[in-house]
Design a protein around this ligand. Structure first.
Ligand code: NDP
Length: 401
């Protein structure tokens, strides 16, 4: 494979194409398409300045399957990397099947009118991709994505299975704004206002949104409050690691962020059902997104580090061991390298690496796969060489929180 079509000229797409352009031996021809072609052109100019590589751009509404198929054929792309929004996943998978090309994304399909964070719509494509001899890789960002690959690597090289897993996502960065989300505000706020859920002893346990808070001392960042949340990799990990006894996901938020979200929720601004305003139907959360800062404009303003990883406990021979595997990423270093902050960087780089795994034929078994189902080794090597080095330390037992 030589040619790739990236869809979505947002914060994540901007990083992924710069990083792809840094590997001309893998990505020989890159096309970036989005609804707004001027955003693609701005990103293409950034790619040219930083790497000297010229990428092609195109206007595309990814909900229009016929238009996507036509663009795939016109560009000769053999892989579509979906960095648009979760609403476009199924339309893009349909287009890939019709055009006979492979597919990769970073977020599970979401219906527009309901926050679900479930994989069953995309898993239902398994047979069609398998029969067509095509591969779809789901969730190749950081979380989901690297957090699952970390778990697979620990399970392959350090433990005989996974009994307990806590995914810890810490953003210790500060963008100086009173309230701004680090990636698409609509998706981010849908996540944090959803009921928290974790997997324990064969069942989902539900708790009210943002109701379970714990302080944790993160490497390179320090102590931060993290909140129990639902996140989509819990569903795929408990499915693909059936031995898991408990799987939880935690994300850090500052008090100001929590206060803003609480107020916005209380006054109805986070609703995703339509309301009528001046005779026109609007979705409050989509309107809110329009007035909040654009995450891709935060790069120059954000300082500090992210620390995302897994604490995993499981059997190892006759005993039980616990490992903490994580990456630390610096917002200002990311901005200096690619012109984006670390949240976009930590998603765009794994999207590029996942795409590289497919272009090189390492992840090309026909079917629909979550990242924890794929061999982690070559991906883990590229994390180290391509900007997201990881560390693994043995802990003295699984922390109690
Ligand atoms: P942005 O909102 O910054 O960018 C999304 C882009 O998608 C926009 O440029 C937008 O187009 C484009 N788009 C939206 N609808 C369409 C459409 N119908 N057709 C074509 N293009 C469309 O989002 P992010 O870059 O922050 O996030 C991108 C994806 O990454 C999301 O799915 C998000 O959930 C996921 N993500 C995953 C993470 C992980 O770790 N796994 C972490 C963070 C994000 P335009 O502006 O041209 O109108």
């Amino acid at each position: 494979m030589e040619k790739v079509l990236v869809v979505g000229a947002g914060g994540v797409g901007a990083v992924a194409v710069v990083k792809m352009a840094m590997h001309p031996e893998i990505f020989k021809e890159i096309t970036l398409a989005s609804r707004t072609v001027s955003k693609c052109d701005d990103i293409a100019a950034n790619v040219k300045t930083r790497t000297g590589v010229t990428i092609k751009t195109a206007a595309l509404d990814a909900m229009d399957v016929a238009a996507t198929v036509a663009l795939i054929k016109e560009t000769g792309a053999e892989l579509v990397v979906n960095l648009a929004l979760p609403y476009q996943d199924l339309a893009l998978m349909d287009a890939c099947l019709e055009a006979g090309v492979h597919y990769l994304d970073t977020a599970n399909y979401e219906p527009e009118d309901e926050a679900k964070f479930e994989y069953h719509w995309q898993w239902a494509y398994q047979e069609r991709f398998e029969k067509a001899g095509l591969t779809a890789v789901l969730g190749s960002g950081f979380d989901p994505g690297v957090t699952s690959i970390f778990a697979t690597w620990i399970r392959k090289h350090k433990l005989d299975g996974i009994r307990l897993i806590d995914v810890l996502d810490c953003n210790g960065g500060d963008n100086g704004k009173p309230f701004a989300t680090n990636f698409n505000p609509e998706i981010n706020i849908r996540e944090v206002t959803a009921t928290a859920r974790h997997w324990e002893n064969g069942d989902w346990v539900e708790t009210p949104p943002m109701s379970h808070k714990v302080a944790f001392d993160f490497p390179a960042v320090g102590e931060k409050n993290m909140y129990l949340m639902y996140h989509e990799e819990l569903e795929s990990m408990k499915t693909h690691f059936p031995e898991i006894e408990r799987a939880r996901f935690w994300m850090t938020f500052g008090d100001a962020y929590i206060n803003h979200v609480t107020v916005l929720q209380n006054i109805g601004m986070t609703r995703i059902d339509p309301v009528t305003h001046n005779g026109q139907e609007i979705i409050p959360l989509q309107f809110l997104k329009a007035v909040l800062p654009d995450p891709s404009d935060l790069g120059a303003l954000t300082k500090g580090k992210t620390c995302i990883g897994d604490i995993i406990t499981g059997p190892a021979g006759d005993s039980e061991k616990t490992y903490y595997i994580y990456n630390i990423c610096d917002h200002e270093e990311c901005y200096a390298e690619v012109g984006s902050q670390a949240v976009a960087y930590t998603t765009g780089v794994p999207a590029m690496i996942g795409a590289a795994m497919m272009m090189k034929g390492i992840w090309l078994e026909p079917g629909v796969w979550n990242t924890e189902q794929l061999d982690p080794d070559a991906f883990m090597d590229m994390l180290n060489t391509d900007g997201l080095p990881w560390q693994v330390v043995e802990l003295d037992g699984h922390p109690e929180f």
